[in-house]
Ligand binder design. Structure first.
Ligand SMILES: Nc1ncnc2c1ncn2[C@@H]1O[C@H](COP(=O)(O)OP(=O)(O)OP(=O)(O)O)[C@@H](O)[C@H]1O
Ligand SMILES: Nc1ncnc2c1ncn2[C@@H]1O[C@H](COP(=O)(O)OP(=O)(O)OP(=O)(O)O)[C@@H](O)[C@H]1O
Ligand SMILES: [Mg+2]
Ligand SMILES: [Mg+2]
Lengths: 227, 227
């Protein structure tokens, strides 16, 4: 499903190069459930952005579902991303002028799904993320945790083959956080490949496979301890 | 230092009123160290915004350092806020075009402090928040946790009498989070009144006094269990 080979990502700030990703090699099979943990600034979001085709490596290759993404043009990348990947951003990136329901509906609109089906699916996901009473609110009329749940609903409503989530419970209390993780794990049990970047040890340790990053490298890659 | 009397905050969305704060009564003495916890959407950020004079109650009163804030005009409120309060926002609100160092320096510039002293103080706080190598980066060139630390540095650099922090460790790993809390507790030991809104039980339970909110009300107000 995913194969990163010798991936490097270097940012230039003035004269200083920042090695955000340093020779990353990673294979992920379809249906796996991974967590990625590590200190602030270790490269977790950068890695997720490359996996989500929101950024390109400076060198190395990224094969997604067997295709070398570096050989696709922008339009092909956009199509692959839209059809395959759901992304929950660390800072949400909701559309400010749309309501919660409209933000969540957006991927369905882009996929050409008819209004009856869209309405039903949005209503169902508003219910499962406990947002039904906030569907008409715009992002600036929502709490931090409510915005986070809108971002999660939007990313999951199309049941994408690959779900990339960056700190999906960072603004949630333990109980709402567990509800969200339950939703994500349910999708994984249906075959969706799930990657969770998190600072929360309790959440990270639920994953079948747990990666640790430090200074742009993967320094550990372990199976979950037996329950 | 702080006295909230019968404070209500009602948002109107279409025809639906949202009772974000419901008859809040709260007294906080100078130098206290409080945590505020509670489910997503329970009113924590709204309460903090009122305390920070970023929002006004619909009814009730807020006395800060003996002055009724509802009787101050906008200019007086802005002056009181600038001189008294440091605020760490749940979504950071950094200035996009300024570097990390310039963002942190901003309160010192507004206070008319000379450039030599500003440079020294910014350098010291960059060191204590582990941001020295990122001082020239703009917010979009920083990781989520690095932005959070810039927001904390900016809020604390003036040693304000009242420090209001909304989820200050939400984007940080356990170890960076503990470093930040150590900085905040050190300021409190010097007399600064400290209020931390958090979803993290481990962090919330360090406070001398722990409030719990549900549906816009304070439902618990307890002293820390003996260590
Ligand atoms: N656009 C950019 N330009 C320059 N440097 C960048 C840029 N984006 C990220 N960086 C740097 O690359 C490093 C990795 O950033 P990244 O956002 O991947 O970290 P992270 O592991 O997600 O951290 P956090 O846990 O704080 O969210 C950081 O040190 C950051 O300062
Ligand atoms: N500008 C607004 N207009 C309408 N409703 C709002 C507005 N701001 C907040 N709300 C609503 O008021 C309630 C309290 O919001 P608040 O941001 O204080 O919650 P919170 O406790 O900080 O939540 P979280 O833990 O998710 O950050 C929420 O239900 C939210 O939807
Ligand atoms: Mg990150
Ligand atoms: Mg909040």
């Amino acid at each position: 499903m995913i194969r990163l080979t010798n991936v490097e990502r270097i940012f230039q700030v003035g004269e200083q190069p920042v090695h955000a990703l340093d020779h990353i090699n990673l294979t992920v099979n379809a249906g796996e459930y991974l967590s990625i943990m590590g200190p602030s600034g270790s490269g977790k979001s950068t890695l997720l952005n490359i996996l989500g085709m929101l950024d390109r490596p400076n060198s190395g290759h990224y094969r997604l579902l067997g295709r070398d993404t570096t050989e696709l043009n922008d339009a092909e990348q956009a199509a692959l991303r839209r059809n395959t990947i759901g992304f929950v951003f660390q800072s949400f990136h909701l559309v400010p002028r749309l309501t919660a329901a409209q933000n969540i509906e957006l991927p369905l609109v882009l996929a050409g799904i008819d209004i009856e089906e869209r309405t039903a699916r949005v209503a169902a996901i508003l219910k499962s993320t406990d947002l039904s009473t906030r569907s008409h609110h715009r992002p600036d009329q929502l709490s931090g945790g409510q915005r986070q749940r809108v971002a999660i609903a939007r990313a999951t409503i199309m049941h994408p083959a690959l779900l990339l989530t960056d700190e999906p419970t960072g603004n949630l209390d333990r109980s709402s956080g567990n509800e969200i993780i339950a939703i994500l794990e349910q999708l994984n049990s249906q075959g969706i490949t799930l990657i969770i970047v998190t600072h929360d040890q309790e959440i990270g340790q639920r994953a079948q496979r747990q990666l640790r990053m430090v200074d742009g490298r993967i320094v550990a890659d372990q199976a979950r301890s037996p329950r």
